[in-house]
Design a protein around this ligand. Sequence first.
Ligand SMILES: [Fe+2]
Length: 480
Amino acid sequence: MRFVLILSSIFAIFLNSAHADPGHRHGDTMPPWQEATGWPDRIVVTLADTPQNRFSVTWRTDESVTETIAQIAVATEDARFDLAATTVSARTEPLNPAMPELQGTVYQEPMNAGLPAAHFHSVTFSDLQPDTVYAYRVRGVRGAWSEWFQTRTAAETGPVKFIYVGDAQNGVMSHWARLIRASYAAVPDADFILHAGDLVNRASRDFEWAEWFKAVSHIHGMVPALPVAGNHEYARLGLSPNQTDRVLSIFWRPQFTLPIEDSLPPDLHEVVYDMRYSEDLHVFILSTQNSNIQAQAKWLDTQLSNSTATWKVVSMHHPIFSSGRGRDSEALRSVLLPVLERHSVDLVLQGHDHTYARGAIGQTPERLGWRDTGGHVQTMFVNSVSGPKQYEFQDSGWDMYEGYDVELARRAENTPFYQIITVDGDTLNYEARTVLDQLYDDFEMRKTGGIKQITRGATSTMSERSYQNTGEYPGVNDLK
Ligand SMILES: [Fe+2]
């Protein structure tokens, strides 16, 4: 008996060490879903600048696939809808995760040691009809096709519904998967999913991106992703002494096909972009870890000035008003808040603080020039988290921001959330839900007669969640 116990202990130690640092090619520590093959994987739909008639798809194969194709057809009820498919050539981009090249220098990246080079392929399907379901598939080696995915182009008018999540970051496969899948189960007709930064913990570690794609699986092929780069998408690369300063994940540009804003410096390409989804909705994405905040503020100011959308939503990783203890950034706020205020941006969706906070500025009519009606509002701010890493809410709540007339409406600790946001004409509806689909927070914002008001708010099926009244939280370092 004792012998059996000793043996099983040794086996357990072996198992633990085998799983302590997965994602290398050594031994059997790499899961089969991480390895690039001749078959397409990591398939993700992203939106081009006119999502009414274009969308992009990006996928990965091993390096044997040097050129490949994708196909698209209008999705019909016909059994052989695919007979009408047209074929599009893909762009192909190599990436060696173990020895990435950056501006002519090759770095040794120990986190990806032993991994072979992969190829990332992408297409942008163009000249599509708005509000139409298309079926598409992508190919690896000859004959190695993905399944046909269905995705819908944006409508020019009418309601738009999307999911917004804060930081996934840790335990992406083990813990975050249930949250993101719950969000899709609740809103399978979401028009897109906004990931507000820190999608993974270590920016250029292939294993974590493998988890991010595996956790969302085929949903990435159906519901477009709008990724925001967080601080964990920027990291030093390579081994010392030949090591970079913090740089954008080596995977970001190969694996996401995102709009390039020509007016911005190249380091902001594909991390700062906007998307006019419909007549009603315009979304603007910033990259707040990038040091070039002034250029982003100037760009945002111009874009907002030119936008005629009813609803303007900005998403960035670092919050304007912090909710995590000791994490306030006055520098960021001083540059970006004046732009948000100048254009009365409706909603600002953020992450980074690993807590939940939702509140607005604009409660003071004299300051904002709104008429004195109940619940008038200028800009609503949300900080949210979708992964298992959780922080403590800062002691004073938002009292420290008294000079900004910002009022905290709802807060939480120790809870991952997903949010559902719907815009429909003059109404914006917001819900924050838990993984069990409990409504934790909501509001309705309306624009009528030149007045923007909160017409419903902070209803909930749950009492406020804090470390005092929820389960244990020992941290995330022991996640497997
Ligand atoms: Fe962060």
